[in-house]
Design a protein around this ligand. Structure first.
Ligand code: NDP
Ligand code: OXD
Length: 305
């Protein structure tokens, strides 16, 4: 039984080396050079090329390189179990990114950096605390919300099904979205991309904001209507945005977000699984598959996340 790494341009060799360090008996095939595709039962991938997974007739489990699975659901052969990669570092890194975005905005950090460039001494007004709304209360959103509450922020959360999280004012479903969106100072998107969340942040959505929050978008680009965002910034429904994910990545050079005065752009690196964490997650699930025990972070094929 072997394991295939279908990771074009994403360092298959490095992952193979780390996996071998965990278990030198592992039989690993690096796509596209898979000499015995019929022996492959487990594949690790991210945005697989069309048809790449279909070449393994005995595939049982696919492990997504990331927490999101939107880039590979269409390529998943039927009957194959899909798992996500979640690690403690992925959660703490996401918390750090969101906290950094909040604090940088509160402290006007970019303006202060520009002041230094211009040797200009100016004490700037700063905000503190505030109400943070977190959309998505799963592995990442639930963790980030809890950590922000622990730091003294007032935190509201929104999910598909009802949740109860200590210290978080929880809302669920479309009917409660308007109430969730009121009174926010910060709005964080940590939703998975599904047909229900695609285009969610559009002009009707922004019209429900009544307190000009600052948007921190770390879910998926297609959840945001980019023109509606620009209009919401112009119209004062939002006071700024920190964006890590985009409809087109890399963000095209001519895109208006690059030079917008109240938008901060980061290159989809809010939280990245390290090579060692990835190897451990893959190996654990590979062993679970072999031993017939429960796999970690299995995607619900009906919900798509
Ligand atoms: P989970 O699957 O653990 O949680 C998803 C959450 O979203 C759940 O609370 C779920 O509700 C909620 N949700 C799903 N659909 C809806 C909906 N239609 N309306 C309201 N709430 C909904 O996901 P993770 O926390 O692990 O990850 C979230 C996303 O973060 C990933 O899918 C990925 O896109 C993104 N990500 C981005 C990274 C980056 O670097 N920018 C890094 C890693 C992930 P319920 O609780 O009811 O199921
Ligand atoms: C992920 C990501 O889904 O990096 O893990 O976006």
């Amino acid at each position: 039984m072997s394991l295939a790494l279908v990771l074009p341009g994403r360092g298959s060799e490095g992952l193979a080396k780390r996996l071998k360090a965990l278990d030198e008996q592992l039989d690993i095939q690096l796509w596209p050079d898979c000499p015995a595709p019929q022996t492959v039962a487990f594949a690790v991938t991210w945005q697989p090329p069309a048809g790449a997974l279909a070449q393994f007739p005995n595939l049982k489990v696919v492990q997504s390189l990331g927490a999101g699975v939107d880039g590979l659901a269409a390529e998943l052969p039927s009957g194959v179990t899909l798992c996500r990669t979640i690690s403690p570092n992925l959660k703490t890194d996401m918390r750090d990114y969101v906290l950094l975005a909040i604090l940088a905005e509160q402290r006007q950090w970019q303006a202060t950096a520009n002041d230094q460039t211009n040797q200009h001494w100016q004490q700037r007004h700063y905000r503190r605390g505030g109400c943070v709304g977190v959309m998505g209360l799963g592995e990442l959103g639930g963790y980030v919300a809890g950590q922000l509450a622990g730091l003294g922020f007032s935190v509201k959360g929104w999910s598909r099904s009802p949740r109860q999280l200590p210290g978080i004012d929880c809302f669920s479903g479309e009917a409660a979205l308007g109430e969730f969106l009121t009174g926010l100072d910060y709005l964080v998107c940590l939703l998975p991309l599904t047909p229900q969340t695609q285009g969610l942040m559009n002009s009707a959505f922004f019209a429900q904001l009544n307190s000009a929050p600052y948007l921190i978008h770390v879910g998926r680009g297609a959840q945001l209507d980019e023109q509606a965002l620009l209009a919401a910034l112009d119209g004062g429904q939002l006071r700024g945005a920190c964006l890590d994910v985009f409809i087109q990545e890399p963000l095209p050079r001519q895109h208006p977000f690059w030079r917008h005065p109240t938008i901060t752009v980061t290159p989809h690196n809010a939280s990245i699984t390290s090579g060692n964490d990835l190897a451990r997650v893959v190996y654990q699930n590979y062993l679970a598959m072999r031993q017939g025990t429960a796999l970690n972070h299995v995607v619900n094929s009906t919900l798509g996340y």
